[in-house]
Design a protein around this ligand. Structure first.
Ligand code: SF4
Length: 327
């Protein structure tokens, strides 16, 4: 039997209007938009991990927030288990929120400092009227144990300030997992915790995934992290996916110059390989007035004339491997 598609995103867009000062509003009626996400499409099979990779400002966090329905898209569609959930409201949206959870980047900001850990982890159970009182406490204690916060009773009554960054991120994971979700969007979940603890958090996330056949969207700026955890990788640049494929293909035969530059940023002990590194030039341009044609052309070492005017679309270059580049 073929794999079940858990999530499908079709031509998703999110444009944010630019906030202008008073004088600018008086003298210019033109509304400008930040094109945070500009028509991306991908799908994820149940039980697999899709790594969404790019520099900061590429639109990967906005994509995650669109998928969990924290913000509304400007255009495009989101399908979860075949159902169009793009504009669900009311009770149906509440039901969806039980099944799709998010883990935020900052374990310090994502927990209420006045709420004990037990309350924070049990809160979703109350909101969704799944469990209250002693039953809720039992489920929370079991979850704290599962994410390695032991003795669970001690952590249940602790406040966030009493915990390390790694422990707080375990709390955030426990809170996301307490409702037994089916899809979890993890937005840079290890970037703000100590390097020595990162592997343990990734191992924990993989263990929880395997246990419940979860599906992950793992958002990261770090290709090495994506390599560790993902089955599939999508590379985002200025709001668009420029390459997408199985992890092995992305690493063995990267097709887009941007992917190759990101790969070069991963330290390697081999000086011969290091010599072949592709360096990224300049800064990421503004997504208010993005470059014409290929959005990567001002930074690309291989840019040709047509790259400035003609936008490349994703083309099949190998089995399940797509690249948007004129080369
Ligand atoms: Fe570079 Fe042109 Fe390919 Fe864009 S389309 S990545 S500018 S070669």
């Amino acid at each position: 039997m073929g794999k079940m598609v858990e999530l499908k995103v079709v031509d998703l867009k999110k444009y944010f209007p630019v906030q202008k000062g008073f004088l600018e509003r008086v003298f210019s009626r033109k509304i400008e938009y930040v094109q945070a996400v500009n028509g991306i499409s991908f799908e994820i099979n149940r039980g697999e991990v899709f790594g969404l990779v790019g520099e900061s400002g590429c639109g990967k966090t906005t994509t995650g927030r669109l998928i969990v329905r924290l913000i509304e898209p400007t255009d495009g569609r989101i399908f979860f288990k075949g159902e169009d959930v793009t504009f669900l409201q009311g009770e149906k949206l509440r039901e969806l929120r039980k099944k799709i959870q998010i883990i935020f980047q900052n374990p310090y900001a994502s927990l209420n400092p006045r709420m004990k850990i037990g309350e924070a982890v049990g809160h979703p159970l109350e909101i969704h009227r799944v469990a209250m009182g002693e039953r809720k406490k039992k489920l929370v204690l079991e979850m704290l144990e599962k994410v390695g916060l032991e003795p669970a009773e001690k952590f249940y009554d602790a406040y966030p300030f009493e915990l390390s960054g790694g422990q707080r991120q375990r709390v955030a994971i426990a809170r996301a997992m307490i409702l037994n979700p089916e899809l979890v969007v993890a937005d840079e979940p290890i970037s703000m915790i100590d390097v020595s603890l990162r592997a343990k958090i990734l191992e924990l996330m993989l263990m929880l995934k395997d246990e419940s056949n979860l599906t992950y969207i793992f958002i990261t700026h770090d290709l090495a992290v994506a390599k560790y955890i993902s089955d599939w990788i999508g590379i985002m640049y200025l709001g668009e996916i420029v390459e997408i494929g199985r992890k092995e293909q992305i690493f063995s035969s990267p097709g887009h110059p941007y992917t190759r530059a990101l790969l070069s940023a991963i330290p390697v002990p081999d000086p011969a390989r290091a010599k072949k590194n592709v360096q990224l030039r300049g800064e990421v341009p503004s997504s208010i007035n993005p470059p014409s044609g290929c959005r990567f052309h001002p930074r690309c070492n291989f840019a040709m004339e047509k790259c400035r005017t003609l936008k490349p679309t994703l083309k099949l270059v190998g089995k399940d491997h797509y690249v948007a580049c004129h080369l």
